[in-house]
Design a protein around this ligand. Structure first.
Ligand code: HEC
Length: 149
């Protein structure tokens, strides 16, 4: 069976059965934020400096919120203003996939990557998803305002 799948080009690993891994999911994000995560000044903010955001109080919840709820600016990042719109991925990405893609952003493409392999867990994502369902989580934009010092 494994040989047949291999012959057909199918991946039979457990990670695929549970959902796509973070690096694979990131190809969706890369359409805007680029494969390097550097973004495009004025249009798509960079993701390479997000470990600093993650380290702030409420930072992890904010990052999960952006992927689940999307983001409607304006925001400032690295001296540039962004008044764009990012769609919500809550309907299309599982908790595992959101955790995987954010962990990949924070450890795989970041300028100063976090040492922990999976800084965002599926449980973290599930908790934020629940708050969104309860309508007890502010918009991503409001969360980001709270992070700015
Ligand atoms: C269609 C284009 C597009 C795609 C696809 C996209 N984004 Fe975004 N993203 C944006 C835009 C535009 C903004 C800024 C929105 C604004 O100005 O309010 C943004 C903002 C963000 C931010 C906030 C950055 C900050 O400095 O606070 C994060 C985090 C983020 N995106 C992560 C992701 C991840 C992870 C994915 C893939 C699951 C993704 N984005 C997919 C366009 C996109």
């Amino acid at each position: 069976m494994a040989a047949l799948c291999a012959a057909m080009g199918l991946n039979t690993t457990a990670s695929l059965a549970e959902g796509r891994d973070g690096k694979t999911v990131f190809t969706t994000c890369a359409a805007c934020h680029l494969a390097t995560g550097e973004g495009l000044p004025g249009a798509f903010p960079p993701l390479v400096n997000l470990p600093a955001t993650f380290a702030k109080e409420g930072g992890k919840e904010y990052l999960i919120s952006v992927v689940l709820q999307g983001l409607n600016g304006p925001i400032k990042s690295q001296g540039q203003t962004y008044a764009g719109f990012m769609q919500a991925f809550a309907p299309t990405l599982s908790d595992d996939e959101v955790a995987g893609v954010l962990s990949y952003v924070l450890t795989g493409i970041a300028k100063s990557p976090l040492a922990e392999a999976t800084p965002v867990s599926a449980e973290d994502v599930a908790a934020v998803r629940k708050k969104i369902a309860d309508k007890s989580l502010p918009s991503s934009h409001a969360l980001r305002q709270q992070l700015d010092d």
